[in-house]
Design a protein around this ligand. Structure first.
Ligand code: UDP
Ligand code: MN
Length: 269
């Protein structure tokens, strides 16, 4: 094919990966991430937290951003972090912004392969909804048109192309994301959907290979694990996979990582 007709190809370096975390999860949740998938995207992944942590700073080679947002699970604090994540992405020249939670495992090479099918110069909002129907904002005014939109669950991972992010600037840039979230009084991922689907009228593209712990992990078939882009866990909801002892690997992320990348030094051989 002549070069001019070739679709734009990307590498991991074209992706800005943000991970939302908080002080009390630095050890409990980030350890397994740092041992596994972070190693495949060290230069591209940034942790957004709410405190200074020398140890985390050293382990990530400075890839920690203290957002100065409150250390709380309240929607305000979460929108505050997303606001900082968005602005940090805009400060780079990366083609894609992908957000994950600190209880996600990201299959980095799969994410890169997947994004190759989409043009970052077009508007793309890629994610996985966690509800069966569009989200609806209730209004006291019964004659007002209903505000209805889809959103990608933050805990499954969400990717946004730079072209779309640029269009989001008035509602999301320079700290505006927080103010938009405050206006509609909804969490960060819902606010994202509101800005993109409702304000900009750009549809969410459903990515079935993203997984949050709102869906049962045990139903992902072993043969299909390698094709998935993100995974998660919660108590009583983990990937069904043989490997390390459950006490050593309660999240199953070590076992998953060894299935995908058996050459890692902690994997059995
Ligand atoms: N989180 C946070 N501040 C908090 C609690 C949670 O930033 O005080 C982050 C957490 O690190 C994770 C995300 O919010 O990335 C979702 O939190 P969690 O998984 O605990 O709850 P969920 O919303 O998934 O039930
Ligand atoms: Mn979670």
């Amino acid at each position: 094919i002549p070069t001019t007709f070739r679709p734009p190809t990307i590498t991991v370096d074209d992706i800005f990966i943000s991970v939302k975390t908080t002080k009390r999860y630095h050890k409990s949740r980030l350890s397994v991430i740092l041992k596994t998938w972070f190693q495949l995207a060290k230069e591209q992944t940034w942790f957004f937290t709410d405190s200074d942590d020398k140890d985390l700073h050293n382990k990530t080679h400075g890839h920690v951003i203290n957002t100065k947002c409150p250390a709380s699970h309240h929607r305000k604090a979460l929108c505050c972090k997303m606001s900082v994540e968005f602005d940090a992405f805009m400060d780079t020249n990366k083609k894609w912004f992908c957000h994950f939670d600190d209880d996600n495992y990201v299959n980095v090479p799969r994410l890169v392969e997947f994004l190759k099918d989409y043009n970052p110069k077009e508007d793309w909002y890629l994610g996985k909804p966690s509800i069966q129907r569009a989200f609806e904002i209730s209004s006291k005014n019964k004659t007002a048109p209903k505000v209805k939109f889809w959103f990608g669950t933050g805990g499954a991972g969400v990717c946004i192309s730079r072209a779309l992010a640029l269009k989001m600037m008035p509602a999301a840039g320079g700290g505006q994301f927080m103010r938009t979230g405050e206006k509609i009084r909804l969490p960060d991922d819902v606010t994202m959907g509101y800005i993109i689907e409702h304000l900009l009228k750009k549809p969410l593209t459903v990515v079935n290979q993203f997984h949050s712990h709102l869906e049962p992990m045990k139903f992902i078939r072993r043969e299909l694990l390698k094709d998935q882009i993100s995974f998660s866990y919660s108590s009583n909801n983990i990937i069904k996979l043989e490997g390390f002892d459950i006490l050593r690997d309660p999240t199953r992320f070590l076992s998953l990582h060894c299935l995908l990348f058996p050459y890692f030094d902690f994997c059995p051989r």
